[in-house]
Design a protein around this ligand. Structure first.
Ligand code: SF4
Length: 458
């Protein structure tokens, strides 16, 4: 007798951390015999991996969840799970709000999905939100890409930025050991992955919680040491990392990035505001002068480095003059990409309770003005690529044009060119850039023989 396999669907909201967690949880489910279903309405198990950074992502979860809860009345064996940051924040309250839920699990419990599901299949409604020591990950993620993979190096965050829920929902910093991280990357190299992105909410905090110090009193395992430790893994050709914190970003790290050829010359360093008073009230622990010095140092070592960042407008109490300091910083630095957001008060954070909240009109006006400047500066930054030969790691076919493939330059610019994905996927090729836009490039593939000749002449 054959029994059909049960199927699952995961919907992920939010940051790269959540995407990495979703891949791990998909790996667990497939290990348990579940099959991926592209259509959530056909799946026997639905998992929402949620984000609480913005209110609209949170609202979306509730509306999706409402629909699936209704479906459960017709299909009682449907398993409904909410994971991630909303789950952590709401805990039991979620079960009261949506009694059809089977499992509510915080991000620290991602590795325990199998055990938790066992409890559900035994007939329990389960809430797993208590702080845990994250066990070394033995699950194999089901990775969405076969070219580029995420590797967690540190979970949680010990900072207390006054707008951020992450420390409440993801707990204190827990670094993985360098050996475990290297073993995971070696396995990825053997499987044919070409690029990895090392992940942490505050990746510069890596190693602070691991034992040991150097004779000079420095932590034995810093993030810079980790880069030296993993940079030569066979098969892996590119290494990226996120997210950096200006408070802890060191010149030693910049030197390592300049020195190690596999580290991509792209830095994502959120500054959040260009005004010192606002930065202080955000509890970020640096000034705009320090931020500028970091970028200057990066550009001294690597003049062509791509710089991206995150910024928030309309933080409680932000005056027009303070907002203009953010514009000034953006004008002066010229980011390749800047992710911008209007401040949104998150429950459980100090800034949400402050009285001087900025009106939605002012926030959206500032956001528009900032985005306008960002697009101008990004277009200016793109100009430098015109006519250049860039090395592009080919990832996918262009979904809008079957004759084109797409990939990224070392500086993380999305690049399109004519080519066959079956031949090119996972290869790093030379592409001559013929067209530039603010956030992407178009080019022509340079055949290998020509590339070699050019290198010899050059
Ligand atoms: S560093 Fe600040 S913004 Fe980043 S996760 Fe930690 S508390 Fe949140």
């Amino acid at each position: 007798m054959t029994t059909s396999k049960r199927s699952y669907h995961i919907t992920t909201f939010g940051c790269q951390m959540n995407k990495a967690d979703s891949e791990r949880m998909a790996g667990v489910l497939e290990d348990m015999g579940f099959e991926f279903a592209a259509d959530p309405n056909q799946a026997d198990l639905i998992l929402y991996n949620t984000c609480t950074i913005r209110d609209n992502a949170e609202q979306k979860v509730y509306s999706y969840l409402g629909r699936q809860a209704k479906r459960k009345h017709e299909k009682p064996d449907l398993t409904l799970i909410v994971a991630g940051c909303v789950a952590q924040q709401e805990g039991e309250a979620l079960l009261r709000r949506v009694p059809e839920l089977d499992l509510v699990m915080g991000p620290q419990h991602a590795n325990r999905l199998k055990d938790l599901l066992q409890q559900v299949f035994d007939g329990n409604q389960v809430v797993a939100t208590e702080a845990v020591h994250i066990m070394e990950d033995i699950t194999k993620p089901r990775r969405d890409s076969s070219v580029s993979a995420w590797v967690n190096v540190i979970y949680g965050c010990n900072e207390r930025c006054t707008y951020c829920v992450v420390p409440n929902v993801r707990g204190v910093e827990q670094s993985r050991t360098p050996e475990a991280i290297r073993a995971e990357i070696e396995e990825l190299g053997r499987q044919g992955y070409k690029e990895i992105t090392l992940l942490g909410q505050n990746i510069d905090a890596y190693g602070r919680d691991l034992p040991g110090t150097t004779p000079e009193g420095r932590h034995l395992h810093t993030f810079t040491d980790l880069l030296y430790f993993v940079h030569d893994v066979p098969g892996i050709e590119r290494i990226r990392f996120a997210t950096s914190h200006p408070r802890y970003f060191t010149e030693r790290l910049i030197r390592a990035c300049a020195e190690l050829p596999k580290i991509c010359k792209h830095f994502h360093i959120p500054f959040q505001s260009g005004d010192n008073e606002v930065l202080k009230r955000m509890a970020r622990g640096y000034t705009h002068e320090k931020y500028r010095r970091i970028i200057e140092t990066i550009r001294t070592y690597m003049p062509d480095a791509a710089i991206s960042a995150d910024a928030i407008v309309g933080f409680p109490g932000e005056t027009e003059a303070q907002f203009e300091n953010t514009l000034k910083l953006v004008e002066d630095i010229g980011f390749d990409i800047l992710n911008t957001a209007a401040y949104s008060p998150r429950p459980g954070t100090p800034a949400a309770l402050w009285e001087e909240q900025i009106s939605e009109e002012v926030k959206s006006d500032r956001l528009q003005r900032l985005n306008h400047l960002v697009a101008i500066k990004a277009a200016e930054r793109s100009q430098r690529y015109l006519g250049r030969i860039e090395q592009v790691l080919v990832e996918e076919q262009n979904p809008k044009d079957g004759n084109q493939v797409m990939g990224r330059t070392d500086g993380n610019r999305l690049t399109f060119f004519q080519g066959d994905i079956n031949e090119l996927k996972g290869q790093i090729v030379n592409v001559k850039i013929t067209e530039v836009r603010a956030f992407s490039l178009t080019g022509e593939l340079i055949p290998v023989a020509q590339s070699v000749a050019r290198l010899k002449v050059g």
